[in-house]
Design a protein around this ligand. Structure first.
Ligand SMILES: [Zn+2]
Length: 231
């Protein structure tokens, strides 16, 4: 399968609802490339790299992480090149590593989440790693004709939300940041959502890319988010 092309230099491997695998993106600079999110598992990374190969794209030099949740990070040990995450994400991943010292932890995740069970059906262990590069607030990559501004943002979904903005192509990657907090009973913090909406409004982007749906036009996403605020 080939990757889908969003703009001149941005491609993505669509999300897979049946296993809850998030979309993985690829930014192709003239000198370096950046993947967005490592994915669920080594299988997810391998599938993504196979799709890159079929699309005539080389493996990424860097992989930026949008937040610590397992469907975005547990494939990190398998990536090529260097991973980049904010310090908060690494703090959460360190806690996950501690939980995984208990060899039953993988079974607990399988029991709690049927998608996790499908993704890990033939595995008995986890390999959770921290990122190679850690930043606070923001880090900017010049990939060659393409800039990736990777920055922390307020989000109702997780405390370590990171977005990636590519000004040349007017694309904003939001991870799961617009969603409710599934680890807090699905709580939607309207104050945090308002702050996030303000950031999106202030960003000069055409497309907003969420991890578990197809890319949206900025106006479409904002309309949807205003609707949540009113509910
Ligand atoms: Zn998430």
């Amino acid at each position: 399968m080939r990757l889908k092309k969003l703009t001149d230099n941005i491609y993505y491997d669509p999300h897979q609802p049946e296993v809850d695998r998030p979309m993985l993106a690829y930014l192709k600079g003239s000198r370096m490339s950046l993947a967005i999110d490592a994915g669920y598992s080594d299988n997810h990374v391998n599938d993504f790299y196979e799709h890159l190969n079929q699309s005539g794209l080389k493996k990424p030099d860097f992989t930026a992480i949008t937040h610590w949740h397992y469907d975005h990070t547990f494939g990190m040990h398998q990536i090529q090149g260097a991973s980049i995450a904010c310090c908060r994400t690494n703090e959460f991943l360190r806690k996950e590593q501690q939980k995984a010292v208990d060899l039953q932890y993988i079974d607990k995740l399988k029991t709690a989440d049927p998608c996790f069970k499908r993704e890990y059906h033939n595995k008995q262990s986890l390999n959770i790693v921290l990122s190679d590069i850690e930043f606070r607030e923001e880090i900017i990559l010049n990939l060659g004709g393409l800039t990736a501004k990777i920055f922390q943002t307020v989000s109702p979904h997780s405390e370590d939300a990171v977005c990636i903005y590519v000004p040349e192509e007017k694309v904003l990657f939001l991870g799961d940041s617009t969603s409710e907090d599934f680890f807090n009973g699905g709580y939607m913090d309207h104050r945090k959502l308002k702050q996030l909406i303000m950031m999106i409004e202030d960003t000069n982007c055409e497309f907003c890319v969420l991890s578990h749906t197809e890319p949206l036009k900025k106006g479409e996403l904002l309309e949807y988010l205003y609707g949540i605020l009113q509910s």
